[in-house]
Structure formats: C-alpha cells, structure tokens
Design a protein around this ligand. Structure first.
Ligand SMILES: Cc1ncc(COP(=O)(O)O)c(C=O)c1O
Length: 387
C-alpha cells in the first residue's frame, strides 16, 4: 500500500501523460463528465481483478484473510484523505443512506428545524421532507448560483438541529464556505451535515479543520472509484450523541457474537454502517484512492482550478456565458453553460468524442486532473458548432 502524500505540483508533461495512461477512456474520448462518473483507472481495475481472483480461489475464507482487512484499509485511507481521526469514517451503501442514517439519529423534539437550500441535490432535502415532525427551511439563491452564509445566519436559531447543504452544488459548481457555515451552526448550538459528493476528490476536503460535524461523499464521481458505496465522516466527539435508528450488524460492537439480545452500538462512526458493503466497489475505490493520494488532492485542486479558468475563458471567447460565481474562491470544476438545446448539444459533442452532460437549460462540463488544456479548449470550440 502506498500512503505517499502526493507532490504539491499539478501533473504536467511526462507525468501527466503517464497518469493519463492509467485511464483507458482518455485514449478515445475527451472525457469531461467526472461530476457524473469519474474515469476508471487501471489501478482500480487491478484491485477489482485481485478481488475476483480471491473469490475464485478462496471463496468465503477470503473474508477473514483479506476482505475484512480491505474494509479497514479503505476506512483508514479515507480517514487520512479527510484529515480525520481514526474511527471517524463509516462505509455506507449510498449518499442517500448515509444522510438517512444521520436524519434518523437526531432528536427532532428538541430542535425541529433544518436549514437547506434550493440548490442542493434533492436526496438531501427528501430526508427531512419525509419526516412530518421536521420543519424544513429552504433558502433561495439570489443569483441562481449559490447561497451566501449570511442567508443561513438569518434563519439558523435555537430551534435548528441542522444546517444540511452541499460542499459543492451539483448544478452550479458553487463551492460553499464550510468554515462560515460551521461557525453559524455552532453559534446557534446546531450541527452541520454536508453532502460532499461533488466536493471530495476535486477540492481539498478536511471537514474537521473546517468545523463541520458530518460530511458524506463517495467514490462514484471525483474519487473515480465507481458506484455502490459512500463515505460517512462523523466528528468523533459527536458519535456518542447520535444514536442511529437505522442499524445493522456491522454497527454493533461484536458482530460475530451474533447476539440478537441487544443492539450494542460501536462507539465510533461504524455504528452507522448498514450491512455488508459492496466489495467490488470497495476494491475499485481502493485502487482509485491510492492513485489520487499519490497525485495529491492539493495538486488535483490546483490543476482543476487551472483547467476551469481556461474552460471559462474559452467558452466566453466563443460567445457563451458560463454561469460561474464571480468570486474565484467559490468556483469549482463544474461549469455550466446556458444552451437552447442542451440534449442536442450533448449528443453533437458525443458524436465528436466529447463527453459532457445536460441538465434543464444547461450543458455541464466537469474536467478533472487527468484532462488536458487542449481537451477543455477543444470542447468549448466544439460547443460553438452546436448553435
Ligand atoms: C451532490 C449529490 N448528492 C447525492 C447524490 C446521490 O447520491 P446517492 O445516489 O449515492 O444517494 C448525487 C448524485 O448525483 C449528488 O450529486
């Protein structure tokens, strides 16, 4: 296992070429859709092959000799990635389940209010809308891109249990100021629950340092590890205060005692785990994470920032008006462009080997560290041909 913290410099030249060779899709596509699905690397595929090989040769004994260890390896790797302490990361089947685990752990009688925004991915707000006892406050965005911390401060009060919102908004790429949100919540005695699916892997993510309480993410997108798994980081001090009502045998102290008599929850974040994780994804995620950690998240963020600025410039040069926040600190590598026919444009670009996606009224680009300047500028030029 290579735990090297990656070099600070973004990959360029020969290093970038070697890195790109790790991702077969890049050989035939201009792949700019990492916010939907990160590219599969040979490293990830290699770990999957190892898992399949052991399944063939060892069967169930691989559980004890390898796979329980692989779960620990992944939790530990993600704890280091999140700048977290040991015992702060749980594996969960999806972001929706991770969010539901937390929603089911809150005492809503004492504080019935949740503050969220209209820009968050709907699965977040669904967790609270489904609970009649919860009062949901949905903040509106004034510019359609983001919501200012001051807007949260106006409504977060002593009846508020949670600020529940995203690290990076999935439709606008707006990167929220987590430190400010953490401060606002703390001052009111509330908690922060951050959906980081569009954050972790494209920008530095150290929720503990930023004063966040709970952060969810997963390997599917920017972490390039595939579907079927999510990561739930919970501030260690908070764990004993959150008693989940969604429980499983993975969440109890001694699962192999098979004791149906009492639910004795673990005293770390694993109390939120919901049964046997998808082992194939555990392995692809391990391979992918090893590679990302070698490149280093600081270098990845720096490279993504450069690619984003070049993409925005190229789109503007082509007469488009990309919807990016004015403040560069609030931007991320999700760039959306209003277009009269987004679905048609995505299909036309796909015919040229350029993979982006559409949302209502917009074409969405999401370059990642493995993309080149030529790719982002070429995609912007190709979009010009779709008008
Ligand atoms: C920000 C965000 N949160 C949550 C989800 C959905 O997560 P899951 O399907 O793992 O519940 C997505 C998926 O696209 C997303 O972009």
């Amino acid at each position: 296992m290579n735990d090297a913290i990656g070099p600070a410099a973004p990959p360029e030249g020969a290093r970038l070429r070697a890195l790109r060779d790790e991702f077969p899709i890049l050989a035939h596509s201009n792949y700019l859709n990492s916010c939907s699905l990160g590219a599969l690397s040979r490293r990830a595929e290699g770990r999957l092959g190892e898992f399949l090989g052991r399944w063939h040769t060892m069967g169930a004994s691989a559980w004890y000799e390898h796979w329980l260890g692989a779960l620990d390896e992944l939790r530990g790797r993600m704890e280091r990635f999140f700048g977290a302490e040991a015992g702060e990361v749980a594996l969960s089947p999806s972001t929706s389940v991770a969010l539901a685990s937390i929603a089911e752990s809150i005492d809503w009688d004492a504080r019935p209010r949740v503050v969220t925004t209209e820009l968050d991915f709907p699965t977040l707000v669904y967790q609270f809308r489904a609970r009649p006892e919860v009062e949901v406050v949905v903040l509106r965005s004034e510019d359609g891109l983001g919501v200012e911390p001051a807007q949260f401060a106006e409504v977060v009060d002593e009846r508020t249990a949670l600020i529940a919102t995203s690290h990076v908004q999935f439709m606008t790429g707006y990167r929220q100021d987590l430190e400010a949100l953490g401060r606002i919540a703390r001052e009111a005695g509330a908690l922060t629950l951050i959906d980081g699916y569009q954050g972790a892997g494209q920008v530095v993510t150290h929720p503990r340092d930023e004063g966040v309480d709970v952060y969810t993410s997963g390997p599917l997108k920017w972490l390039c590890g595939g579907p079927g798994l999510s990561y739930l980081w919970v501030r260690r001090e908070l764990v004993p205060e959150l008693t989940p009502r969604l429980v499983s045998w993975f969440g109890v102290r001694d699962p192999f005692r098979f004791d149906p008599g009492a639910v004795e929850l673990r005293d770390d974040a694993r109390r939120f785990e919901m049964g046997t994780p998808a082992l194939a994804t555990v392995h692809t995620a391990l391979g992918a994470q090893e590679l990302l950690d070698e490149v280093g998240i600081e270098a990845i963020e720096a490279r993504n920032r450069d690619l984003t600025e070049r993409l925005v410039r190229a789109l503007r040069g082509g007469g488009f008006e990309p919807r990016v926040p004015g403040d560069p600190a609030r931007r991320s590598a999700i760039v959306t462009v209003p277009h009269p026919d987004p679905t048609g444009a995505v299909a036309a670009l796909a015919a040229r080997g350029i993979i982006v996606d559409a949302r209502p009224g917009i074409v969405r680009f999401s370059p990642h560290f493995y993309n080149t300047v030529d790719e982002v500028e070429g995609a912007a030029a190709a979009l010009g041909l779709t008008l």
